[in-house]
Design a protein around this ligand. Structure first.
Ligand SMILES: Cc1cc2nc3c(=O)[nH]c(=O)nc-3n(C[C@H](O)[C@H](O)[C@H](O)COP(=O)(O)O)c2cc1C
Length: 198
């Protein structure tokens, strides 16, 4: 692990991650990004350690948010019956029941709408939840685990299964666990197709 000039600030903001860095179990950032691939088979009998889950959640909430309102909520689901129900709500994507943890990221739209109106309700709250999930997904890799982002689910069914209040809109489900497969490396469009320099 390389220690850059920002290591100190990161350690203050995220004490669990700092301990993980100290223990040599966190990776260099660019390596972490490169090694993130969707995992769709998990070792169901290998639970995610509480300390790692905590570090992942601390990293998620370090994400930026519009007006620093942090207009999202995360439900960490470990209960097998609930994960089975989430699997059904996500059109029987079986790895959801297999992964020992499902993190459900919800936009808290009215929290953002109180300050930013429709733009907060329809855009910022969704972005807040999405960025937090993206941070979590990278922390998962750094912690030596795997994940898949799941967006294909019945929102109302996820709401019902988890008993979410009406102002929480489920945006993304992140399955987390120890991989039981070598993931496929997926292609990316070329940089010059995706980026315009002006
Ligand atoms: C918004 C969004 C929704 C997604 N929904 C699903 C899903 O429902 N099921 C699934 O298996 N993967 C889902 N994925 C994962 C993508 O299929 C995956 O990220 C993409 O194929 C690239 O592969 P990689 O993650 O290994 O780089 C989703 C990803 C995103 C960002």
């Amino acid at each position: 692990m390389q220690r850059g000039p920002h290591a100190c600030g990161a350690a203050e903001a995220n004490p669990t991650a700092a301990r993980a860095i100290g223990a040599g179990i966190m990776w260099d950032f660019f390596k972490t990004v490169r090694h993130r691939h969707s995992i769709r088979r998990y070792q169901a009998d290998m639970p995610v350690e509480a300390e790692k889950l905590h570090a992942i959640l601390e990293t998620a909430i370090a994400a930026p948010s519009a007006g620093d309102l942090q207009a999202y909520r995360i439900t960490a689901v470990q209960d097998q019956t609930l994960r089975d129900a989430l699997c059904r709500a996500a059109h029987d994507q079986t790895f959801i029941a297999e992964a020992p943890v499902a993190l459900v990221f919800c936009a808290e739209s009215e929290r953002s709408a109180r300050k930013y109106g429709d733009r907060g309700r329809n855009l910022y709250a969704l972005q807040d939840a999405t960025i937090a999930a993206a941070y979590a997904q990278l922390a998962v890799v750094a912690a030596g685990l795997g994940s898949t982002w799941v967006g294909f689910f019945d929102e109302e069914e996820v709401r019902r299964v988890l008993g979410l209040p009406g102002d929480q809109r489920p945006i993304a489900l992140l399955c987390v666990g120890y991989p039981a497969e070598l993931p496929e490396v997926t292609p990316r469009r070329r940089l010059d197709e995706l980026v315009n320099y002006k």
